[in-house]
Design a binder for this molecule. Structure first.
Ligand SMILES: Cc1ncc(COP(=O)(O)O)c(C=O)c1O
Length: 395
């Protein structure tokens, strides 16, 4: 009655998320928190590293200074932009200046600021499924539309012909996510080279540049020595969006950035647009305390050893259960195929064992199920028998 049609529709369509959430709450109330095995949430649970904790103590002193917690430049503290530029120069292997980066409210805020700056009404953002479910909302927030290209089974290889087919005059952005939520797969150099070839040819054909945007909040967390290649060397119209939600355990503090390819022609125009959209979308600036924390702790990370152990344990359980899956190269999710691809039956069978996971439909990839392993190792251990039983019941 009060809501516009679009939001009413979103609420209706999102009902399976609510169902999982409500089911989880109901089970926890009935059986107790520790008898429910909740792998549904991608909420990173590791505490921030020591630099963040020390800096939190120092925030008090900063707060006493004039404008210590006041408004600041919309792009973020100049000193932080400079530090971040130096950090990214190492990480991405190209030289950044402070002017190439804008501090944002997480990667989510960064993607929204970027799409607001780039999209004309009706234009499209192309992404590969499985994908982070919020992308569709982000595109539509700015009168855009998400167009989805499915990755190929069994190992989520990018479908380059599908990408070429999906691009039209309406395409403004191709949005990639590596390591991927939910599949955990990393886009290889070879794949980046091919994406770049497709986008270069298509940009020429349609008469405007297509931006390649890489969403990289899981870049820091890879397994068995895997590396995440940088997009910047491959393609000039490129932008990285990322955050410290996962790497510094700061998800609630909403701190991230947009980094524009330093070699982009007329890059000031894009950066100025981003600074404006960051402001007028109502973010104004990224949180001041988060920026102080980042100034102190940039380069530190949560204890990744914990994720390494959880991944191994979870993977072994899924193997023992006989599920088909590809080990994640990064991030903290497993995305196995549901037995007989019946994700609904699998979710119900898991629920009967008080195990919560998310159906692949939520990521544009039906027939699969996502397990987030940002839960303590002992919860994963205790979930072994219930998961085995849930699979067994279906066979
Ligand atoms: C792929 C992906 N992109 C973006 C985000 C948003 O993260 P944040 O805004 O906290 O940086 C998430 C959060 O889970 C994610 O998984």
């Amino acid at each position: 009655m009060y809501l516009n049609k679009q939001i009413t529709g979103y609420l209706e369509r999102a009902s399976w998320i609510r169902k999982m959430f409500e089911k989880g709450r109901e089970l926890k109330q009935k059986y107790g928190q520790d008898r429910v095995y909740d792998f549904s949430l991608g909420n990173p649970d590791l505490p921030p590293p020591p630099g963040v904790i020390t800096a939190l103590g120092e925030v008090k002193e900063r707060a006493k200074q004039p404008l210590g917690l006041g408004y600041m430049p919309n792009a973020g503290f100049p000193e932080l932009r400079e530090r971040l530029a130096a950090f990214l120069s190492k990480e991405q292997g190209v030289k950044f200046q402070a002017e190439d980066v804008v501090i944002t409210c997480g990667a989510a805020g960064g993607i929204n600021a970027l799409l607001r700056a780039l999209l004309e009404p009706g234009e499209e953002v192309v992404t590969f499924a499985p994908y982070f479910v919020e992308y569709g909302f982000y595109a539509e927030n700015h009168q855009g539309k998400l167009r989805v290209v499915k990755t190929l089974e069994p190992d989520f290889a990018l479908d380059m012909e599908g990408l070429a087919r999906a691009i039209s005059k309406q395409t403004r952005v191709v949005l990639i996510n590596s390591p991927n939520n939910p599949s955990g797969q990393i886009i290889s150099e070879e794949e980046l080279g091919k994406i770049s070839d497709v986008l270069t040819a298509k940009s020429k054909e349609i008469g405007h540049p297509i931006f390649l945007v890489a969403d990289e909040p899981y870049r820091f967390l890879t397994y068995e020595g895997a590396l995440v290649p940088s997009i910047f060397k491959f393609y000039p119209y490129s932008v990285v969006v990322s955050s410290f939600s996962k790497s510094l355990g700061l998800a609630g503090e909403r701190i991230g950035y947009v980094a524009v390819n330093p070699q982009l022609e007329n890059k000031e125009e894009l950066v100025n647009g981003l600074i404006l959209t960051n402001r007028i979308l109502g973010f104004v600036n990224a949180p001041v305390i988060g920026q102080y924390l980042l100034l102190a702790a940039l380069g530190e990370e949560v204890d990744k050893e914990i994720y390494y152990k959880r991944r191994r344990l979870m993977g072994e359980i899924l193997e023992e259960a006989g599920l088909n899956f590809t080990w994640p190269g990064g991030g903290f999710y497993f995305f196995p195929q549901a037995p007989d691809r019946e994700e609904g039956k699998f979710i119900d069978s898991l629920l009967a064992e008080r195990v919560l996971a998310v159906p692949g439909t939520g990521f544009g990839y039906p027939g699969y199920v996502r397990f987030a392993f940002c839960v303590p190792e002992e919860v994963i251990s205790r979930a072994r028998e219930p998961i085995l039983r849930a699979v067994e019941r279906l066979s």
